[in-house]
Each structure stands twice: as structure tokens, then as C-alpha cells.
Design a protein around this ligand. Structure first.
Ligand code: HEC
Length: 129
């Protein structure tokens, strides 16, 4: 009796796993691990700057707006176009920062894997809510 029940449960699990899309929604727990690559330059506490600005509540924010941080001209100009940091803009940014903002000060080559970008973005989004 017990056996049949657990077999049923694992079959349901398998069906769920197989129906997941190729690039699943971002996984914030993995994003937190990947953020170690950002943490050398970015704090998540408000007002605490390192080489880069604090990323406190960055999701939904206008680029280049953290007080007392000296951004590149390119980043300030990007913010002036009326965009905000959301899934699309952060994905473009983390793919290859220099492609989005020419002459940016952010010396990070980017995440090649779409899933890595989605995970970090999900992590930052959760923290901003
Ligand atoms: C080597 C240091 C460094 C690393 C590593 C780094 N950044 Fe940055 N980041 C910067 C700097 C410097 C800026 C400011 C860029 C400018 O003014 O052009 C910045 C800007 C940003 C911004 C825009 C902030 C704002 O206020 O608009 C975001 C978002 C961001 N980084 C996310 C990340 C994420 C996520 C990672 C990890 C995947 C990362 N960065 C890795 C240095 C870094």
C-alpha cells in the first residue's frame, strides 16, 4: 500500500520536471550564489558603496541614481532615456555591460549563460520587493 503511494508521488514529480521549459524562470537561491561574483564590487546595503554602487532595491530603479556614486557619463545618459532596471534591461546589461553602456566603469565581462542571468536577476528582484 505505502509503496504504491510513493511510486505515484515520484511519477508526479517526474512529470513536473519533464514539463519545465529549457530556460526556467530565474532561481533566486542560485542567484544568491552567483552574486558572489558581484559582491566584490557591490554591496546590497543601502548607502554602502564599494567599487560599484550599492544594489539595494535596484530592481525597478532608474540607472545611475544612487546618491554620491560617481557613475560613468554613459550610465547617467542611459538613465536619462527613461528606462528602469527590469528583467529585459538587466539581462542586456549582465550579458555584456559594454554593449549596453559604452565606456561603462563596470569591469565585468558578463554572464554568457542566459540561465545565470535569469537567476541573478530573480535574486535582485526578490530583494527589491
Ligand atoms: C569589478 C567591479 C564590478 C563587478 C564584478 C560588478 N560590477 Fe556592477 N558595477 C560596477 C561599477 C563600477 C558600476 C558603475 C558603472 C558606470 O557608472 O558605468 C556598476 C553598475 C552596476 C549596475 C547599475 C547600478 C545603478 O545604480 O544603476 C548594476 C545593476 C550592476 N552593476 C550589477 C552587477 C551585477 C549583478 C554584477 C554581478 C553579476 C556586477 N554588477 C558585477 C562594478 C562592478
Amino acid at each position: 500500500m505505502l509503496r504504491t503511494v510513493s511510486a505515484g508521488i515520484s511519477a508526479a514529480f517526474l512529470a513536473l520536471a519533464l514539463s519545465a521549459p529549457a530556460v526556467a524562470a530565474g532561481d533566486p537561491a542560485n542567484g544568491q550564489k552567483l552574486f558572489k561574483k558581484c559582491a566584490a564590487c557591490h554591496s546590497l546595503d543601502g548607502g554602502k558603496k564599494k567599487v560599484g554602487p550599492s544594489l539595494y532595491k535596484i530592481f525597478g530603479a532608474t540607472p545611475g541614481q544612487v546618491a554620491k556614486f560617481r557613475y560613468s557619463k554613459g550610465m547617467v545618459a542611459y538613465g536619462a532615456t527613461g528606462v528602469v532596471w527590469n528583467e529585459e534591461t538587466l539581462d542586456a546589461w549582465l550579458k555584456k555591460p559594454k554593449d549596453l553602456v559604452k565606456k561603462t566603469k563596470m569591469a565585468f565581462p558578463g554572464f554568457k549563460k542566459e540561465q545565470d542571468r535569469a537567476d541573478v536577476i530573480a535574486y535582485l528582484k526578490n530583494l527589491s520587493e
